[in-house]
Design a protein around this ligand. Structure first.
Ligand code: APR
Ligand code: PHB
Length: 395
């Protein structure tokens, strides 16, 4: 087995891993990406689709934003429905010009693969299992099996971009990590449908029957979610039942004229908040879902992954140009500051909009009053808008 040598060994070809390899390539730094699954599997996963302006700017500057610029839908506002009435939050006006762009993560994944393969990037698909070695030395390595043959990649650093269930965080000794977690007592049932979205903007809906979200992938494709129980049986949810429930939660007036149609995808996603600290062990750096998970309310997952790899790529760049490891040493603290602010926002928006099965009548009234305050107050709306469109990278 003759080992391959590279500067940064990246585990995982999700958005975090592929974008990191692109940013490193742009800075003249070599990497090898090891991915457990095949390309069709990675590209097929349906995830959220709301990009902060900073995410759009970074993808564009990295050279993977051309289609996003053409096809992404720029949203200047977002709606919140309460008691069947829709309230618009004018994000652009409230933040002094910030918007979000609606563009599916599936499309970002495709754009990244296309660009990386176009540059002849070294991406090994169906590498399984991957293992990490000598992480606490300055000669770490990755090993993997492909078609029954063992391979080794020697590197200076390892980037753990292998998602929540990956091997990188799992390789860190338990006494070197602090884990913070909250599991919510509900899940989201999501469908895709080739129907016109009920509004030009996303509608986050609070109702006594539970939360619902009316999102989209384009002006012809809707993405819809319903709060459900974590152990809900998908087979019990026919398309008819889902559309009826969506209409009930949004209310007759607000859902008037809503186009319905067969779903093209249907799934249930659990809701969790999770952070592992620090985001580094020896020469292994965790990025994206490998280090943190947010509940989908607010769609911060991909945006956080992009913010991590931005900081990490800059730190590697500084290291290789100047020999200084200062930015690598600051990586975890720099990212965690912003991660915790996004965690707080995702937890807050989740708590504000969902029906909690065990909440007391008093807590229910307080929740409602808080949502009414946010909708009625300029300061409340501004808080939501500022967090939704994305906090500054430095903050
Ligand atoms: N070896 C190699 N690859 C692995 C392993 C492993 N042991 N375990 C997981 N992977 C791969 C997965 O197959 C996947 O392609 O790592 C990749 C991780 O990708 P994501 O889960 O998409 O995580 P990340 O790149 O951090 O993206 C974060 O994705 O999950 C959403 O909401 C999240 O939008 C956010 C974004
Ligand atoms: C989505 O379109 O999938 C989506 C949008 C907003 C969210 C979560 C998911 O908060």
């Amino acid at each position: 087995m003759s080992p391959l040598r590279t500067q940064v060994g990246i585990v995982g070809a999700g958005p975090a891993g592929l974008l990191l390899s692109q940013l490193l390539h742009n800075a003249g730094i070599e990497s090898v990406v090891l991915e457990r699954h095949d390309r069709a599997y990675v590209e097929g996963r349906i995830r959220a689709g709301v990009l902060e302006q900073g995410t759009v700017d970074l993808l564009t500057a990295a050279g993977v934003g051309a289609r996003l610029q053409r096809e992404g839908l720029v949203h200047e506002g977002v709606e919140v429905a309460l008691d069947g009435r829709r309230h618009r939050i004018d994000m652009k006006a409230l933040t002094g010009g910030s918007c979000v762009t609606v563009y599916g993560q599936t499309q970002i994944q495709k754009d990244l693969f296309e660009r990386r393969f176009g540059d002849n990037a070294n991406i090994v698909l169906e590498a399984a299992p991957v293992s990490l070695h000598d992480v606490e030395t300055d000669r770490p390595s990755l090993r993997y099996l492909r078609d029954g043959v063992e391979h080794r990649v020697d590197c200076d650093f390892i980037a753990g971009c292998d998602g929540f269930h990956g091997i990188c965080r799992a390789s860190i000794p338990a006494d070197r990590l602090d884990l913070f977690e909250r599991v919510y007592p509900f899940a989201w049932l999501g469908i895709l449908a080739n129907t016109r979205p009920v509004s030009d903007e996303l509608v986050y809906t609070s109702s006594p029957r539970g939360f619902a979200l009316f999102s989209m992938r384009s002006t012809r494709v809707s993405r819809l979610y319903l709060q459900c129980t974590p152990d809900e049986d998908l087979n019990e949810w026919s398309d008819d039942r889902i559309w009826t429930e969506l209409q009930r939660r949004l209310g007759p007036e607000a859902s008037a004229g809503m186009e319905t149609g067969p779903s093209t995808e249907k799934s249930i996603a659990p809701m969790r908040s999770f952070v592992a600290e620090p985001m580094r062990w020896g020469n292994l750096f965790l990025a994206g879902d490998a280090a943190h998970i947010v509940p989908p309310t607010g769609a911060k997952g991909l945006n956080l992954a992009v913010a991590d790899v931005r900081v990490l790529a800059q730190a590697f760049d500084t290291y290789y140009r100047t020999g200084s490891a200062d930015r690598l040493d600051a990586y975890s603290d720099t990212c965690l500051k912003r991660v915790w602010k996004a965690q707080r926002f995702s937890w807050w928006l989740t708590s504000l909009l969902h029906r909690f099965p065990d909440r007391s009548a008093f807590d229910g009234r307080v929740q409602r009053a808080e949502l009414q305050y946010v909708l009625d107050s300029a300061a409340g709306q501004q808080t939501l808008a500022e967090n939704y469109t994305g906090l500054p990278f430095g903050g």
